[in-house]
Design a protein around this ligand. Structure first.
Ligand SMILES: *Cc1c(COP(=O)(O)O)cnc(C)c1O
Length: 361
């Protein structure tokens, strides 16, 4: 068996330990004689799996008691609609558009009310985070929306926007659990699991309790009301059981590593290896303004599309896979989530050095 170094932006690399444990438990989960894929979501065994997963997530993020943790489905994309449907009481919301995902969320919200784009970095292909210290926040805004880490463009908010007292909603899909965060600063934090947490099919939302009400936009389907899921501890209908089980294992793995402070240190170290190389390279260069750089997604280019393609091909052959950048940026992107070991990044940089020597004219 040969495992590759997988730099995919998502679905993405998972800790090998977690995969091995899941494999060992595939036919018989802890003496139950069943796979977690086969058991009732109403069983005692599964109840413990989902309760433990929630508790471990609460421990990792120090989630305050007045926040609910929901395990949902429909990807981050369904949250683009659920958030306005549940929160847009005044039918006004302010969006900060720092990439394709924020833009999609903004467009979706326009279906439900007066969603405004109050800041954007589209003028420079989303290569930076705009100054959000004094934005024209609408006094009737139900919330201010950000995508905290922009997976495609490799930017991250280093300071949260000044929302002037309005509730902050954040899509954290690609930076979830990469470092500690102060949950109390947000109204809703949500993310798809398939970037930094687990398999595709699970979305985790952390929502301040006072926002979970029956006062939603008229016609909001039962399944799209946060209250439906909150009242039933994410078991209103059949949840994505196996995905939740793997997420739970990743939470335990993160606790074993030492928690999110340790992950932050490790992620900073990993990102620095790559950025330091890019900053002195004569062939490769990063595409993001330095003070907006993400720890998780690192886009870079050679400036020559043919050379980019050659690099991706040779890297793939050498066991560094999924390095192709998003089509809107071109070039390469290395996603270096929690489960990417430091040696994966070190070996990638060594490979890039060798490629540079061979291809620099
Ligand atoms: C991947 C991604 C999305 C889209 O997720 P889906 O689960 O495919 O809907 C949205 N936001 C961010 C930040 C992402 O990285």
């Amino acid at each position: 068996m040969a495992r590759v170094y997988n730099f995919s932006a998502g679905p993405a690399v998972l800790p090998e330990e977690v995969l091995k444990e899941a494999a060992a438990e595939m036919l018989d989960y802890q003496g139950s004689g069943q796979s977690v894929m086969e058991m009732s979501h109403r069983s005692k065994v599964f109840d413990k799996i989902i309760k433990d997963a929630e508790q471990d997530l609460r421990d990792l993020l120090n989630i305050p008691d007045n926040y609910k943790v929901l395990f949902l489905q429909g990807g981050a994309h369904l949250q683009f609609a659920m958030i306005p449907m549940n929160l847009m009481k005044n039918r006004v919301a302010d969006y900060i558009v720092t990439g394709q995902w924020a833009k999609r969320a903004f467009k979706e919200a326009q279906k439900f009310g007066d969603a405004k784009c109050i800041a954007s970095s589209e003028d420079k292909t989303f290569s930076y985070i705009p100054d959000c210290s004094d934005l024209p926040i609408d006094e009737n805004a139900d919330y201010v929306y950000i995508c905290e880490n922009n997976t495609i463009y490799g930017t991250k908010f280093k300071t949260l926007p000044n929302t002037k007292g309005k509730d902050l909603v954040a899509d954290v899909s690609s930076c979830f659990l990469s470092e500690p965060m102060d949950v109390s600063k947000y109204a809703i934090i949500y993310g798809g699991a398939q970037k930094n947490i687990g398999p595709a099919g699970v979305v985790i939302a952390i929502i301040r309790e006072d926002l979970i009400t029956e006062d939603v936009l008229p016609g909001t389907p039962t399944m799209l009301q946060f209250k439906t899921h909150a009242d039933n501890d994410s078991l209103y209908n059949t949840p994505p059981c196996y995905g939740i089980y793997i997420c739970g294992k990743v939470f335990k793995w993160l606790k074993k590593q030492g928690g999110l402070e340790v992950m932050k240190e490790r992620n900073e170290k990993k990102a620095a290896i790559l950025y330091d190389f890019l900053d002195q390279s004569k062939l490769f260069k990063g595409t993001v303004e330095k003070n907006s750089r993400s720890l998780m997604n690192v886009p870079f280019v050679t400036g020559d599309a043919d050379l980019d393609a050659k690099f991706i091909k040779e890297a793939t052959e050498a066991g560094f896979v999924n390095l192709k950048g998003h089509r809107s940026v071109g070039g390469m992107r290395a996603s270096i989530y929690n489960a990417m070991p430091i040696e994966g990044v070190e070996k990638l940089v060594a490979f890039m050095k060798k490629f540079e020597e061979e291809n620099l004219k």
